[in-house]
Design a protein around this ligand. Sequence first.
Ligand SMILES: Nc1ncnc2c1ncn2[C@@H]1O[C@H](COP(=O)(O)OP(=O)(O)OP(=O)(O)O)[C@@H](O)[C@H]1O
Ligand SMILES: [Mg+2]
Length: 294
Amino acid sequence: MAGTIACLPCRQPYISMLAKLRRGKSPAANPAINLSFDGSKGSNGHPKSGATDAASQTDATRYKHGNTDLIECRTLVKEYETDAGRFLALKGVNLSVSTHEFVAVIGKSGSGKTTLINMLTGIDRPSRGEVLVGDTAVHRLSEGQMAVWRGRNMGVIFQFFQLLPTLTVIENVMLPMDFCNMYAPRERFDRGMQLLELVGIAENASKLPSQTSGGQQQRAAIARALANDPPIICADEPTGNLDSKTADSVFELFSDLVARGKTILMVTHDKDLAKRVTRAVTVADGEIVDEIRN
Ligand SMILES: Nc1ncnc2c1ncn2[C@@H]1O[C@H](COP(=O)(O)OP(=O)(O)OP(=O)(O)O)[C@@H](O)[C@H]1O
Ligand SMILES: [Mg+2]
C-alpha cells in the first residue's frame, strides 16, 4: 500500500472525519456492509471487477481464460537471480482454489509460501506460468491495472500488518476505498467504522497504529483488507505475531468471513489452525508436496 499515499489528494478529509469521530458522533444510519457478493457493483454503482463478477459464478462455470475454479495457478515458476546463481523459489506449482474455500498454506521457512501468495495477489510476478483469478489473467496485468485490480479483488493481510504509521486506524481502513474510488466518499467513514466494529476494535479508530496492540493492529489490517469487499482474502501468517488466544479469535473471524462467502488463503505455521480449514496444502522446496482435505 505504500505507493497509495501519493494518491491521496490531501489529509483534510481525514482530519474533518476525525474531528467528527472525536466529537463522539455515531456513524450515520445503515452504512451497508456488503460481504455477500451477490452484486457486482459497489454501493456507489461502480463495477467492482472481473473477479468479483466471477465470484458470483459457480465453480462449474468456465471463466474467461478457461479456468473452472476461482483461483488457478498453472505451472508457476519463480526464479531469482542471486550471487550464487539462479534460484528456483517455485518449481512449477499448480493450485486451484474454489469459491468459498478456506485454504491453509503450510511448510517450512523458506519453502516458498510467501512467494506463492505474492504471485496470487500480483504483488510479484511469476517467471513462467499463469495466475488466473476469476476472469482475470493476473500475470498479464500492467502495474497500473494490477494495483486497481488488487485493491478491488484481493484483501491482502501481512504478517507484520503494514499499516501506515502516520495514519490512524480508521484512516488506514479507508485508504483502499479512496485509492480504488469505491463507495461514495460520504459512505467511506461509516463503512470503515462498521468494519472496525466487525473486527472488534471500533474504540481504537482514532489511534495511530503504534498506540494499539499487535492483535489490534492485525484486526485493523483485516478491516483494511475488507474495505472494498473483495471476494478473496490472502493472508501471510496473519496470526504469526499474536498470542494463542488472539490468534484463535482472528481465526474465528476468518471462519466467519468464509461462512459469509469469502474465499481465504492463509499461510500459517500453526498446525492446529491448519486442521480447522477446508484444505491444507504443504509447500516444500518450491513445490506443493501434500494436500489434506479436512
Ligand atoms: N528476492 C529474492 N531473491 C532471492 N531469493 C529469494 C527472494 N525472495 C525469496 N527468496 C528465496 O525464496 C525461497 C522462498 O522464500 P519465501 O519467502 O517464499 O519462503 P516462506 O516459505 O514464506 O518462508 P517463511 O516461512 O520464513 O516466511 C527462500 O529460499 C528465499 O530465500
Ligand atoms: Mg513467508
